[in-house]
Write a protein that binds this ligand. Structure first.
Ligand SMILES: C[S@@+](CC[C@H](N)C(=O)[O-])C[C@H]1O[C@@H](n2cnc3c(N)ncnc32)[C@H](O)[C@@H]1O
Length: 201
């Protein structure tokens, strides 16, 4: 694999702990939508380890180039060509999906975009479909670690619309869209994997 590809050390560090949980969620053949694919490292690794899954990488139109070369070189039979997707532009230009996954996006998107992301996911999921959202989150309006506090301050200083999201706000958002928090998993480096599941409509 070329050294010149966009690379995230965090993705390399967190991919196995995330995969260990995804294998419990995506147990059979399924199409998994990824929102905010970034460098494509997660798409490459998860699709390689989950051959029964068809992975659907997407990213904001300005950034979707970042994953393209890696995924072309990986040439995995179960990874679709990356699709440009801005979660705030409807309708989403996507085929049907069974589950959705997104890492480190909720604190980068403005809150309105987070709402749009949940809205589009909830619309696409069938009953029992899961939305797996990885990243650092606040709990009961407070930071869960000093490093998360520093990270949040760093984000807000860069752009005021960015920042760590509060778990209970996400739960309320999801509930209004017919999804409930099914698992709230502690992950390394003060991150969490939140798994929301769509209930019967
Ligand atoms: C910090 S990066 C995370 C990338 C990767 N998932 C990871 O964990 O390294 C945030 C990602 O969110 C995407 N993003 C931000 N706003 C978006 C939007 N409105 N619609 C879709 N993707 C968006 C960015 O393009 C970027 O790929």
């Amino acid at each position: 694999m070329s050294d010149s590809l966009p690379f995230s050390q965090a993705c390399k560090n967190n991919r196995q702990p995330i995969l260990d949980q995804l294998t419990d969620v995506v147990t059979g053949p399924a199409v998994v939508l990824e929102i905010g694919t970034g460098t494509g490292q997660h798409a490459e690794y998860f699709a390689g380890q989950l051959p029964h899954v068809r992975w659907l990488p997407t990213d904001h139109p300005d950034n979707v180039w970042m994953c393209r070369q890696r995924l072309v070189l990986a040439d995995l039979p179960n990874v679709a060509a990356p699709i440009a997707l801005n979660v705030s532009e409807r309708p989403w230009p996507l085929p049907a999906f069974d589950h959705a996954y997104s890492a480190n996006t909720a604190h980068i998107m403005a809150w309105e975009e987070v709402c749009d992301m949940f809205g589009g996911v909830a619309e696409g999921l069938g009953e029992g479909g899961c939305f797996c959202l990885y990243g650092p989150f606040n709990d009961q309006g407070g930071y869960t670690s000093d490093s998360n506090r520093q990270f949040d301050r760093h984000l807000r200083a860069r752009l005021p619309h960015m920042g760590l999201r509060n778990l209970q706000d996400l739960e309320a958002l999801a509930a209004g869209l017919g999804m409930s928090l099914y698992r709230n998993l502690e992950m390394p480096a003060n991150n969490r994997l939140l798994i929301f599941r769509k209930s019967a409509s």
